[in-house]
Ligand binder design. Structure first.
Ligand SMILES: Cc1cc2nc3c(=O)[nH]c(=O)nc-3n(C[C@H](O)[C@H](O)[C@H](O)COP(=O)(O)O)c2cc1C
Length: 397
């Protein structure tokens, strides 16, 4: 796939805004855009593809502190970067300061990352019901211990440590302002806020006002806004409405690695945008499949991984159900190439059908929490025991 804007369209009406580079401690991120960590998505292959279109910070899938300390092969795979990746950025999830500290010490001593993010946003019930994920910041003593330890360990080699969180558990139990103050005092390099509570999961709209409030409350640390950015125009609107220093993009780039080209263009103040037709999308997804095969060193695994991306890449493109179904079960690269050849390559960019919300949505749910979790903001002994399991078998935020 070419690196240049091979199908750019001049859209003079597109909002533009020049945004300076994002400073994370000693690191300068030229384009103030972050690829949100997404379990099962932001592996080396996808990060590589996105980076071919634009600048920014490209975070790994999250890895649990415990699994990292134990050097589980899958965890070591997750934090591995390609030589071309300018900033090696990883995300760690953990539920106790000791393991998080050990994991970060290992990463720092072995020089395995240039930036470390901590995940406090996971809304998955099996995790929150043990007090992990987005339930954890409610316990301020635990949250403080984890963040302070993480910053201390990362600072041994001047590695910027950031946190990513949600607004809170639900509208009656918001934690983001308290957490941000704790994190600022601990010395984090930036704070990212997904403008939803755990109860919202991915439903409804992200609350950008909360992001603006955070910006106002914490003027002295870079703030990153996350939630419902599906286009460069959304990103510009987020910055204008909230005053954040950078944006974090998750679902909006699923099947659209080229979005990072649009984002770079927007923040450099140009109106150029990618508008890929079927041929470009076919080339992109094939390249993605090749990169997955390389990443997993296994053609079968790589093709299994590409299947979930098919619906994302071709969302809004007029591609028949039968062909989609075949692509979603494609066994090898040769068959994939052949199937992609059957697409109608005369089709250009379909416009609105490709734009707007995509990916995970769902409905709000009452968060599952340990009994009595909300009664105190200090962690009890029984709760501490239960937390151990909040780190097992977790993926995603
Ligand atoms: C498939 C998927 C996996 C995710 N995995 C993680 C993760 O590992 N760590 C994390 O902090 N957030 C994770 N998230 C949350 C995203 O990073 C992001 O905060 C969320 O999708 C909201 O941003 P968006 O509206 O741009 O998608 C995940 C989201 C999705 C859709």
């Amino acid at each position: 796939m070419t690196l240049s804007t091979d199908t750019p369209a001049e859209t003079n009406a597109a909002p533009q805004l020049k945004l300076p580079p994002l400073q994370l401690g000693k690191l300068t991120v030229d384009t103030p855009v972050v690829l949100a960590p997404m379990a099962g998505v932001t592996n080396k292959a996808f990060r590589t593809l996105c980076q071919e279109y634009g600048g920014g910070l490209y975070v790994t899938e999250m890895v649990t502190a415990r699994a990292l300390v134990e050097r589980k092969p899958e965890s070591m795979r997750i934090i591995d970067h390609d030589d071309h990746e300018k900033i090696r950025s990883i995300q760690i999830y953990g539920v106790d300061a000791v393991n998080v500290g050990k994991a970060i010490r290992m990463v720092v001593e072995e020089d395995r990352a240039d930036h470390i993010d901590l995940n406090f946003g996971c809304p998955v019930p099996k995790v929150t019901k043990r007090g992990g994920g987005s339930a954890l910041p409610w316990k301020t003593d635990l949250f403080t211990a984890i963040v302070q330890t993480a910053v201390r360990e990362a600072s041994r080699n001047d590695i910027p440590l950031t946190i990513k969180m949600r607004k809170g558990i639900d509208e009656d139990h918001l934690t983001y302002l308290d957490s941000a103050k704790i994190a600022r005092d601990a010395g984090v390099a930036a704070i990212a806020l997904h403008g939803r509570t755990a109860a919202q999961h991915y439903a409804g709209k992200a609350d950008w006002d909360s992001i603006a409030q955070l910006r106002e409350a914490i003027p002295d640390v870079p703030i990153l806004g996350n939630g419902d950015i599906f286009s460069a125009e959304d990103a510009v609107a987020m910055v204008e409405q909230t005053g954040v220093d950078g944006v974090v993009i998750g679902r909006g780039c699923q099947g659209r690695p080229w979005l990072f080209g649009d984002l770079q263009n927007a923040f450099e103040g140009t109106a150029e945008r990618y508008r890929p037709g079927v041929t470009e999308v076919a080339d992109m997804i094939y390249r993605h499949a090749e990169l997955l095969v390389e990443t997993f060193a296994d053609e079968h695994r790589g093709l299994r991984e590409i299947r979930k991306h098919v619906a994302w890449y071709f969302k809004g493109y007029p591609v028949g159900g039968e062909l989609r179904a075949k692509m979603a079960t494609v066994p090898d690269l040769a068959t994939f190439r052949e199937l992609l050849g059957q697409l109608d390559h005369s089709m250009g960019y379909p416009g609105a059908a490709v734009e707007g919300p995509r990916g995970r949505a769902g409905t709000p749910k009452v968060p599952s929490l340990p009994d009595g979790w909300l009664d105190s903001r200090i962690l009890g002994d029984t709760e501490r025991l239960g937390l151990v399991e909040a780190e097992l078998d977790i993926s995603g935020g």
